[in-house]
Design a protein around this ligand. Structure first.
Ligand code: ADP
Ligand code: ASP
Ligand code: MG
Length: 406
């Protein structure tokens, strides 16, 4: 008997009919003789609606209450699914994060799972019960409800699979696998049968929201085989797993985009030791993640410093940076909230030259200006104007021949 974790995303549980469809998929797996642990997201759009309410209620909502509020969408779906399954004659039981106990640290909005108590789930599994766990939420050691960051149900599912030593973790969503780029943006995108943890992690970190980055990190660490599948068809699927010899070792395996970026420039900063630390320390103290950074060449003892943060952090980051800019004697702070990050990913990149040049040439040919560049062993990212996102994705997908399987 295998133990299978099945996670269903927001569009898969968007209404009662869809929840009934999900129930049927679960029953099929159960009937095949498996033990089943299900993880659910909130109904599509519900978490956004709750976040909107919180910001209507206050400019800077109290973080503890905010997490309690935005976690409620998952309570609705897990209980509805349990009601449906029980009515269909299958014993099912819903669990909220604190009932499992999914223990996390105290970082509201982006908590990390530290430990999962599995006793309660195992006891019910033994009785043949279908377990339904609310994704996205946990509880800290003082019993405060925490949430795991947007898209966090993926991480709940993989973490549960790891803790329960499940045989596999199936992530059901509205596309039938991981593609060479977002299939909703580029109709030439090709589904991958398999992708390595490392490539998937880079893709997720650079914007491919099909899996939350933390879920891929965890799958890699605990060796959890993750299948990305469609809720709405039985075809396709992508296995996220360890790199192996027969895996396509493409130079480039994917193109990603992230429209969630804003660019901040501090103009005319004195170029002396300690200034960068003065600027970035207060941001990190506020848990604001700084992604790309460039510093221009120094001119007469002054330089410009540009970096990107997530859109949602702009208000806080701007306030902090304006105050530090004054302190360090910079001229002014400029914000550009119309940018996007476009990236190409591939494990084969490390051993091939000319990949970056090809990316830059392709963007130039389309008239897309590059504002910032960053690279890692298996990734090159550029900041461009947001309005060119789709154009750049399609041009790069073509240029690197991703449509065709080589
Ligand atoms: P869920 O609600 O099921 O968690 P998400 O919206 O979080 O679903 O993730 C699925 C979406 O990810 C798809 O609808 C697709 O638009 C997007 N996506 C972005 N990049 C990729 C990619 N490379 N492969 C597949 N889907 C991708
Ligand atoms: N409902 C949460 C969100 O919208 C978690 C998830 O869907 O994975 O971010
Ligand atoms: Mg998601």
């Amino acid at each position: 008997m295998a133990l299978i974790v099945q996670k269903f995303g927001g569009t898969s549980v968007a209404d009662i009919d869809k929840i009934k469809n999900v129930a049927q998929k679960i029953i099929n797996v159960k009937k095949a003789g498996n033990q089943v642990v299900v993880v659910l997201s909130a109904m599509a759009g519900e978490t956004d609606r709750l976040i909107g309410l919180a910001h209507k209620a206050a400019d800077s909502p109290d973080e503890r209450e905010y997490d309690s509020l935005i976690s409620t969408g998952e309570q609705v779906t897990v209980t509805l699914l349990a009601i449906v399954l029980n009515a269909m004659g299958y014993s099912a039981r819903s669990f909220l994060g604190f009932q499992v106990k999914i223990l996390t640290d105290k970082a509201y909005k982006k908590a990390r799972i530290s430990l999962i108590h599995t006793d309660a789930i195992k006891k019910e599994l033994k009785k043949g019960t279908i377990i339904i766990v609310a994704g996205f939420q946990g509880v800290d050691k003082d019993n405060n409800i925490t949430t795991l960051g947007r898209g966090g149900s993926d991480t709940s599912a993989v973490a549960l699979a790891a803790a329960l030593k499940a045989d596999q973790c199936d992530i059901y969503t509205d596309v039938d696998g991981v593609y060479t780029t977002d299939p909703n943006v580029c109709n030439k995108a090709r589904r991958l049968d398999k992708i390595s943890y490392d490539e998937m992690l880079e893709m997720a970190m650079t914007g491919a929201k099909v899996l939350q980055p933390r879920s891929v990190e965890m799958a890699k660490k605990y060796d959890v085989p993750v299948y990305v599948k469609s809720t709405f068809t039985d075809k396709g699927g992508t296995l996220v797993t360890k790199e192996d010899k027969d895996m396509e070792r493409e130079i480039i395996s994917g193109v990603t985009y992230d429209r969630d970026q804003v660019k901040i420039t501090i103009v005319h900063v004195p170029d002396k030791p300690g200034v960068a630390a003065d600027i970035f320390s207060p941001l990190s103290e506020k848990n604001i993640f700084v992604d790309m950074i460039i510093q221009n060449a120094s001119l007469e003892g002054y330089t410009d410093l540009t970096f990107t943060v997530s859109k949602k952090d702009l208000k806080d980051a701007q306030k902090i940076v304006e105050s530090t800019a004054k302190k360090v004697g910079a001229k002014k702070v400029e914000v550009d909230d119309q940018v996007a990050k476009i990236s190409i990913i591939g494990v084969g990149m490390a051993s091939h030259s000319g990949v970056a040049a090809k990316m830059f040439k392709t963007l130039a040919k389309e008239g897309v200006n590059i504002m910032m560049i960053s690279t890692s062993e298996i990734k090159i990212s550029c900041i461009i104007q947001r309005k060119y996102t789709e154009l750049a994705v399609m041009a790069l997908h073509d240029a690197f021949n991703l449509e065709k399987k080589k």
